[in-house]
Design a binder for this molecule. Structure first.
Ligand code: ADP
Ligand code: ADP
Length: 217
């Protein structure tokens, strides 16, 4: 089994890469942000709770997030592992994840860190457009769709996320440095961190990731 923890700030390219890696590695993407947004669309209680944090760019409480991930990991498509995108995001989440995997006789295989300077993160978030139906991510300048506002893959409508306002983006980056960046040392100390230069083309980042993941245990 392979459990890959994709690390990197908001806008580093985790979702973009995970969507492509799903196919290359035959592992499902588990994106906690996407799971929360799904709950929001379904107007579930969990979704309403998550919204109050997401709208401010703050993290949803660990307990709630971990329970949601636990449930997701129990689905059959995770039988060979998963690509974790946006989870864990705090040290307590990483510890809880380790315990969950331990119960399955597993551990994290590798934590690739997609490294991107913070001013580039902001440029990326500012131009991000997402497909309403399939979740494919575009960028107005760096990765535009063939036809403005329309997904290349399924013709779905592209939208800008509610939490992609300038104020929330800045707050998310701050929260990342305060609460998530300490996880880099957590995985570095365990010998699991692999630094990837995230300021290359999407394809080059993809190649570096595949090589690092294939070489992990
Ligand atoms: P981005 O792609 O910009 O990093 P995400 O889609 O990963 O954003 O996350 C959007 C929001 O969802 C976060 O700002 C946070 O409120 C919530 N969220 C996502 N993952 C987690 C997590 N692991 N722990 C707590 N909150 C989370
Ligand atoms: P994350 O999931 O880490 O928050 P995304 O995958 O949503 O990041 O990417 C953020 C934005 O940056 C998107 O608009 C995406 O198209 C763009 N992007 C992703 N990777 C690259 C790259 N290597 N070069 C330029 N733009 C990129």
């Amino acid at each position: 089994m392979k459990f890959v923890v994709l690390m990197g700030g908001p806008g580093a390219g985790k979702g973009t890469q995970a969507k492509q890696l799903e196919e290359a590695l035959s592992l499902p993407q588990i994106a906690t942000g996407d799971l929360f947004r799904e709950h929001l669309r379904n107007k579930s209680e969990l979704g309403e709770l998550a919204r109050t944090f997401m709208d401010k760019g703050e993290l949803v409480p660990d307990e709630v997030t971990v329970a949601m991930v636990k449930d997701r990991l129990s689905r059959p498509d995770c039988a060979h592992g998963a690509l974790m995108d946006g989870f864990p995001r705090t040290v307590p989440q990483a510890e809880a994840f380790e315990r969950l995997l331990h119960e399955m006789g597993e551990q994290v295989s590798i934590a690739p860190y997609i490294h991107v300077a913070s001013e580039v993160l902001l440029q990326r978030l500012a131009g991000r457009w997402t497909c309403k139906t399939c979740g494919h991510v575009y960028h107005v300048l760096f990765n535009p769709p063939q036809k403005e506002g329309v997904c290349d893959l399924d013709g779905g409508e592209l939208y800008q996320r509610d939490d992609d306002t300038e104020e929330t983006q800045k707050r998310r980056i701050e929260v990342y440095f305060k609460q998530t960046a300490p996880l880099l040392d957590y995985y570095r100390n365990k010998g699991m961190l692999a630094e990837i230069n995230g300021e290359q083309s999407i394809d080059q980042v993809q190649n570096d990731l595949i090589e690092a993941i294939r070489n992990s245990h």
